[in-house]
Design a protein around this ligand. Structure first.
Ligand code: PCD
Length: 795
């Protein structure tokens, strides 16, 4: 073994391997309009499905009258829970083992919940039919606020759960309560802050959709669907429908963005599949934008109390937190089943803190179910927000520089592997190096002076500087601790080198825009010395791809990427025997040279051969005793997760007259270990930072007291556009993961996780001299102006 690519040295063998900025193979198809998304799929005889949704957030269904809908010319069927009951499909399990109605049987629990489905010859007719379904509701009082939901007189939402007497969903705790209390009692300094991580909605360009296609001839159900996790969806579809798993095929074609929104199974998918089974014709269901925002998995909605105990000179002694979580009408959070609060335990962040304790209470409310990991490895976003905000609160309390206080508390490079007080094993890190680079790129000292000058001169615009030095945790498994619906979280890759010297790679993960068709080919190109153009990557079809757990939680590189490297090395091992045969040398004398990507005969450098050249040998001239063929598969169970990190510095200007916040400078330094494709990484960082800005400045799903979603469309749920996005300055350091075969960590979510606290810290920083310690997200101008006013800084 040659030890794999080395940090910073893996660039440029010129074959499109590790570290090269290979242009994205898939973009040829996307930019010429040849992508193939679910809504592009057309089948002979295909019908269309439209879902009738409840206008009420909480109501009992008294009657559903289908007759007028069935009278519409072109309407083929109207399905209700009663129809689905016959096939035992009226309910489905959530990823957290709760039971959710596919179509409401008795009681509606959130606005826009699925009540009936109209199937027609085209989409418009289906919509006309849906408007003619008459549903009689007995409207009940809703509760859309987690705190109110837990009050004694709150209406009971889950009367379908036996023994459930209130809206309490679950309790969770981590760390050492007593030890933490002792540290807080004796600590010279303590700080406390209450902060809401507001309800957000991932907003992929493509909404959710499916084409159910039951083939009665083969007794086989194919579902083309917008899925981030096709294999696990196949297993669940089989379990729920009773159709044997080998008779179920899930195809995830091109997916127009996932962001965690396409991890759960939604009623619409099940309805399309069930309808095609019942009607024996393909049925397409594609959601509209407001249906997506109002009924599919939301994210965040954590109301957090943060506390730090520290010494006078800023050494953090303990962290404590208490969270109230809104889980919506069902417990449908999308995270490994043993982690009811996701990876929130990691709330001690990048800091070497001995003692920590956290509690969480979750409530049911009359809102859409969710708690999906929106560009977030299972609640790490909330955890990072908590600790990075609290460090700023402490710095202000102690009048210390926020960079200095971070430096003082960082876990040091020689402490890795590091075990956190809540039991998490960080693989590697060099936090100070990333922070120093970010400070330098941001001209930190100059801006501090400028900030002071503006305060002294009572300038119209305040300057604020925010820092976030986050640590992420991505790449779930290992299987022993992480599973989805019981299936352990491993991933896979299969490589077939064909006789003419090119290869097909199939992976268990599923790209939604991340560029896997390019980066997985790069991993294999690096390991096999092949040209990246000679490698095709396939994914998203459970009939042909090896089983994998899917793409979310930035796990593709850490897990399937590792599988691709290991499978490549298996191929290389077999190729070695063929190389020996071709070069007429003993196998023991053959060595692999990463630089040239060829096998050499030891001591005779002119006698060399590439895998492309010997592929034919595997089929036409195989050595005695070897099996024909040149392929390998690997199922990779990661020994640990990977811990990417970074330091972001945001400099804002705040208009004291309007409360408007403008970005003056936005610096992002990321470390994701060895980098496969720096250009793709930069794209990932830009996209994630834009979403972080949306989070901090604009996005919020809101409800009125009647349970109406008031932030349920793009008029009211504000997404950032290019107008709101500043220039980003990106930088990187490289600290390889010691346990990953190519030393890589995930990176896709880092920018969304790391940036909101940096932005809020910057806005708070601008007003800190007025005594402001916190500003709630989204920081719209009115919110900021109120704070300016409170601080006596408004003009
Ligand atoms: N990379 C490189 N290197 C390294 C790492 C990484 O190169 N070191 C790259 C890869 O290969 C890819 C990317 O980058 O391509 C990413 O990766 P990762 O980190 O591994 O991740 P993934 O798994 O692949 O993915 C996932 C993510 C997530 S999670 C999200 S949200 C988002 C991101 O991804 N999404 C999306 N990004 C994106 N992009 C796009 N375009 N679209 C989308 O949708 Mo979740 O949990 O689901 O919430």
């Amino acid at each position: 073994e040659d030890g794999g690519p080395q940090p910073e040295k893996h660039c440029g063998h010129g074959r499109g391997g590790m570290g090269e900025e290979v242009k994205r193979k898939e973009d040829q198809r996307f930019i010429t309009g040849r992508g193939n998304y679910v809504d592009d799929i057309k089948k002979p005889g295909m019908l269309h499905c439209e879902i009738v949704r409840s206008p009420h957030a909480h109501a009992r269904i008294e009657n559903i009258d289908k007759s007028r809908a069935l009278d519409v010319d072109g309407v083929v069927a109207v399905l209700t829970a009663e129809d689905l009951l016959e096939y035992d499909l009226a309910t489905m399990p959530t990823l957290m083992d709760d039971t959710q109605d596919v179509l409401v049987n008795d009681k509606v629990k959130f606005q826009s919940q699925e009540v009936a489905a109209v199937i027609a010859t085209d989409r418009y007719t289906a919509k006309d039919g849906a408007e003619k379904v008459v549903v009689d509701y007995d409207v009940l009082d809703p509760v859309v606020d987690a705190e109110k939901a837990l009050e004694d007189d709150a209406p009971l939402i889950r009367d379908d759960i036996e023994g459930q007497e209130d809206n309490h969903c679950l309790d969770w705790e981590t760390g050492d309560e007593e030890a933490t209390a002792r540290v807080f009692d004796d600590a010279p300094v303590t700080v406390k802050e209450q902060m809401l991580y507001q309800r957000l909605h991932p907003a992929p360009i493509e909404t959710c959709g499916a084409v159910g296609d039951f083939d009665p001839g083969k007794d086989k159900l194919t579902v083309h669907m917008t899925s981030q996790a096709p294999h696990i969806h196949r297993t669940l579809f089989s379990q729920v429908s009773g159709i044997p798993e080998h008779k179920v095929r899930i195809v995830s074609p091109d997916v127009g963005g996932g962001f965690g929104n396409k991890v759960p199974i939604y009623p619409g998918y099940v309805v399309a599949a069930a309808a095609s089974y019942v009607l024996e014709q393909p049925v397409k269901w594609v959601e509209e934008r407001s249906e997506n925002i109002q009924s599919t998995g939301f994210a965040r909605d954590y109301d957090m109390q943060g506390e730090l105990a520290a010494t006078e000179d800023g050494e953090i002694l303990a962290v404590r937190t208490d969270v109230l979580a809104d889980h919506g009408a069902y417990n449908a959070v999308a995270q490994p089943s043993k982690f009811p609060a996701g990876f929130f335990n990691i709330f001690t962040g990048s800091y070497d803190v001995d003692t920590a304790y956290g509690t969480l209470t979750a409530a049911y409310t009359n809102t859409a179910p969710g708690g999906v990991a929106y560009r977030c490895s299972f609640r790490v976003t909330e955890a990072v927000y908590l600790i990075e905000r609290m460090v700023k609160v402490l710095a202000d309390e102690l009048e210390m520089d926020p960079a200095e206080i971070r430096r003082k508390n960082f876990i040091q490079p020689d402490q890795f592997p590091y075990e956190s007080p809540t039991g998490w094993n960080y693989d590697s890190g060099d936090y100070e190096k990333a922070l120093d680079l970010a400070l330098e790129m941001a001209d930190y000292d100059d801006y501090r002076e400028e900030q002071q000058r503006r305060i002294e001169e009572d300038a119209d615009k305040l300057l604020g500087i925010g820092i976030s030095s986050f640590t992420e945790v991505v790449g779930a498994g290992p299987g022993k601790t992480c599973d989805i619906a019981g299936v352990e979280m491993f991933d896979s890759a299969e490589i077939r080198v064909h006789p003419t010297g090119n290869a097909t790679v199939r992976v268990g993960v599923q790209t939604q825009g991340q560029g896997h068709e390019t980066t997985f080919a790069q991993i294999v190109a690096e390991e096999l010395g092949m040209d990246v153009d000679d490698i095709t990557v396939e994914h998203g079809d459970t009939d042909t791809d090896p089983y994998g757990l899917g793409t979310y939680g930035s796990r593709s590189t850490p897990v399937a990427g590792a599988a691709a490297a290991v499978a490549s090395r298996k191929v290389r091992e077999k190729a070695k025997a063929i190389a020996a045969n071709e070069l007429e040398a003993a196998e023991a004398d053959i060595t692999w040279d990463r630089e040239s990507g060829e096998f050499h005969v030891a001591g005779a450098p002119d006698r060399s051969i590439s895998i492309t050249e010997i592929a034919a040998g595997a089929y036409m001239n195989k050595p005695a005793g070897e099996d024909p063929g040149l392929e390998a598969v690997n199922y990779y169970d990661p020994p640990e997760m990977t811990y990417p990190f970074g330091s972001y510095i945001v400099i804002v200007e705040i208009d004291r007259e309007t409360g408007e916040v403008e970005f003056e400078k936005f610096v992002a330094v990321d470390d994701c270990g060895n980098r496969i494709n720096p250009m793709i990484i930069e794209g990932q960082i830009h996209g994630g930072l834009a979403q972080g800005i949306g989070t901090a400045m604009m996005e919020h799903v809101t409800f009125d007291d009647n349970g109406n979603v008031t932030g349920g469309d793009f008029m009211n749920y504000l997404l950032p556009t290019s107008m709101e996005i500043p220039e980003f300055e990106t930088g990187h350091t490289v600290t390889p993961s010691p346990h990953h075969p190519i030393g890589a960590k995930g990176v896709g979510e880092s920018p969304t996780v790391g940036s909101p606290p940096a932005i809020v810290n910057a806005v708070v920083d601008a007003m800190a001299h007025g005594g402001i310690s916190h500003v709630e997200m989204p920081m719209t101008p009115d919110v900021v102006w109120e704070k300016l006013d409170e601080a006596g800084l408004a003009m």
